[in-house]
Design a protein around this ligand. Structure first.
Ligand SMILES: Cc1cc2nc3c(=O)[nH]c(=O)nc-3n(C[C@H](O)[C@H](O)[C@H](O)COP(=O)(O)OP(=O)(O)OC[C@H]3O[C@@H](n4cnc5c(N)ncnc54)[C@H](O)[C@@H]3O)c2cc1C
Length: 413
C-alpha cells in the first residue's frame, strides 16, 4: 500500500477499515502497534506503522450543523471537499482551506495543514472540540475548556483515532481569484501577502537576470468587493488561466479571472474532481516568523541554481499565529516556504540540508507531513510545549501503541 505520492510504501502488517465505532475500539484495544491513516497525502513516514494501519473512511459519515452555535460536527475520515458542499448548501463556510480539498479533515488537522492569509489560522484553529478513541479503546472528548486541548488538535495521530471534530463556522461567502504575473523579486513580499484575503506567491527559482530568481505568479483570493488593483506591486493580470506549475494545463485549477464563486470553489487552488498539483511529485515546506520572511527568502536566493533543476514550483504563503502546541504557527505569525519537487527522492533529500541551513537562523520549523531532514534537537527546540505534548501522549497511550519510528525520532523526552 502506497501514499498519494507513491514515495512511501506502508510497512503495516495489517490494514483495517472498521465500519462501526465498536469495531474501531476493538481494533485499537487489540493492537500492539497501530496508526490511523487519513487520505495518505503526507510525504513521509508519519502515518506508518509495522503493526495495524486503520482507515476511518468506512465509519458512518456525519455532517451535523448546529445553527445555534454556528458549528459543525464532522466525522474525521471525511474529506474537506465533501463537507464543504454541505456547509455551503446550508449557508455556512470554513474561514480557510488548503490548496486541495482532497485531504481528510482529521489528517489535515493532525499535521497543522494550512492555506494562506495573514489573518487566517491553519485549519486546526477552526477545531472547537475533538472526539477520539484512545489506545485502550476508550472514547474521550476534548474541547477548548480542557487544558489538554491545545496539545490535542495538531497531534500527529499520537493520542488516538480522531473519530469526529467540531469546527467553528462562518456565514458562507464569495471569493474572487485573480492571478498576476511579473512580480519583481524585490517586491515587499510581506505587504504583497497581506493584500487580500489569501495570497500566494509562486516562484520556480529560475533566474530572471544575473542576480535574482523570479516570481512566476501571484494568486490573490479576495472578497468580491475587493477587486485588487490593475497593477499589483508591479505585477500584471495574467493573460488566460494558469496552473501554478508553468506550462501545465490549468483545467484542474479553481476558477480565476476575478469571477466570484463560493469560498470552497476559490480558496483551494485545485478542484476536487481533478488530480491536484502535478501528481508526480514530492513536497517540502518550512515555516519562519512572518517578520523574518523577506530575510529568509534572501537567504534562499543563493541556492536558486541548485533548487531550480529539482523544482516544479515553490509557493510562499502566510499563516496567522495560534496557541496549539505542535502547530507550525504556534506562538508566531508565520511565513511558509513550500517546495513542490520533481519525484527525485535522492537528489531532493541531498539538497534539503542546504535549504534548512539557510533557514536555520530564523528558527525554522518543518511541515509535519512533508519531507525534511532537520535534526531531532532542531525539531524539538522549535516547539516550546514539546515536553508537555510527549507527556500527554504518554498519559493517553502509556504502552506507546501509537509510537512509530517518526515519533521515536522527533517526539522524545
Ligand atoms: C497535492 C498535495 C497538496 C497539499 N497541499 C497542502 C497545503 O496546501 N497546505 C498544507 O499545509 N499541506 C498540504 N499538503 C499536505 C497535507 O495536507 C498533509 O500531509 C495532511 O496531513 C494530509 O492529510 P491526510 O488525511 O492525507 O493525512 P495522512 O497523511 O493520512 O496522515 C497524516 C497524519 O494524520 C494522522 N491522522 C490521519 N487521520 C487521523 C485520525 N482520524 N485520527 C488521528 N490521526 C489521524 C496520521 O496518523 C498521520 O500522523 C498537501 C499534500 C498534497 C499531496
Amino acid at each position: 500500500m502506497l501514499n498519494w505520492a507513491g514515495n512511501v510504501t506502508f510497512a503495516a502488517a495489517r490494514v483495517h477499515r472498521p465500519s462501526t465505532l465498536d469495531e474501531l475500539r476493538h481494533t485499537l484495544a487489540g493492537a500492539a502497534k497501530v496508526r490511523v491513516l487519513g487520505s495518505a497525502h503526507s510525504f513521509n513516514r508519519l502515518a506508518d506503522t509495522t503493526g495495524d494501519l486503520v482507515s476511518l473512511a468506512g465509519l458512518p459519515p456525519a455532517v451535523d450543523i448546529d445553527t445555534a452555535a454556528s458549528t459543525v460536527r464532522v466525522s474525521g475520515g471525511l474529506r474537506y471537499g465533501e463537507v464543504a458542499e454541505a456547509l455551503h448548501a446550508a449557508g455556512y463556510a470554513l474561514p480557510n482551506l488548503a490548496s486541495l480539498p482532497h485531504i481528510s479533515i482529521a489528517g489535515a488537522v493532525a499535521t497543522g495543514t494550512h492555506g494562506s492569509g495573514v489573518r487566517n489560522g491553519n485549519l486546526a484553529t477552526s477545531v472547537r472540540a475533538i472526539e477520539l478513541v484512545t489506545a485502550a479503546g476508550d472514547v474521550i472528548g476534548l474541547d477548548r475548556s480542557d487544558p489538554r486541548f491545545p496539545g490535542s488538535v495538531v497531534a500527529l495521530g499520537a493520542l488516538g483515532a480522531v473519530t469526529a471534530l467540531t469546527l467553528d463556522l462562518v456565514p458562507t461567502f464569495q471569493v474572487r481569484q485573480d492571478v498576476y504575473t511579473g512580480l519583481p523579486f524585490d517586491a515587499p513580499i510581506t505587504e504583497v501577502l497581506a493584500d487580500g484575503y489569501s495570497v500566494s506567491l509562486f516562484t520556480d527559482f529560475a533566474f530572471s537576470g544575473p542576480a535574482a530568481p523570479r516570481f512566476t505568479q501571484v494568486w490573490r483570493k479576495a472578497l468580491p468587493d475587493d477587486p485588487g488593483p490593475a497593477e499589483f506591486f508591479g505585477a500584471r493580470p495574467a493573460t488566460g488561466r494558469k496552473h501554478p506549475i508553468e506550462g501545465v494545463d490549468p483545467a484542474a485549477c479553481t476558477e480565476q479571472g476575478g469571477v466570484p464563486g463560493a469560498w470552497h470553489e476559490r480558496l483551494p487552488h485545485f478542484r476536487l474532481a481533478f488530480t491536484p498539483s502535478s501528481g508526480d511529485e514530492l513536497q517540502t515546506e518550512y515555516f519562519v516568523p512572518l517578520a523574518d520572511g523577506p530575510a529568509a527568502l534572501a537567504a534562499l536566493a543563493p541556492l536558486a541554481a541548485r533548487i531550480a533543476p529539482l523544482l516544479l514550483v515553490s509557493e510562499i504563503r502566510t499563516v496567522a499565529a495560534d496557541d496549539l502546541w505542535l502547530s507550525p504557527a504556534s506562538g508566531r505569525a508565520t511565513m511558509a516556504f513550500h517546495f513542490t519537487w520533481r519525484p527525485l527522492t535522492e537528489q531532493v533529500t541531498a539538497l534539503l540540508p542546504a535549504i534548512e541551513a539557510a533557514l536555520s537562523p530564523f528558527g525554522v520549523r518543518a511541515h509535519w507531513g512533508k519531507l525534511f531532514t532537520l535534526a531531532t534537537d532542531v525539531v524539538r527546540s522549535g516547539y516550546p510545549h514539546m515536553s508537555e505534548f510527549v507527556a500527554l501522549a504518554h498519559h493517553l497511550d502509556p504502552a506507546g501503541k501509537f509510537r512509530n519510528d517518526f515519533m521515536e525520532t522527533y517526539l522524545t523526552d
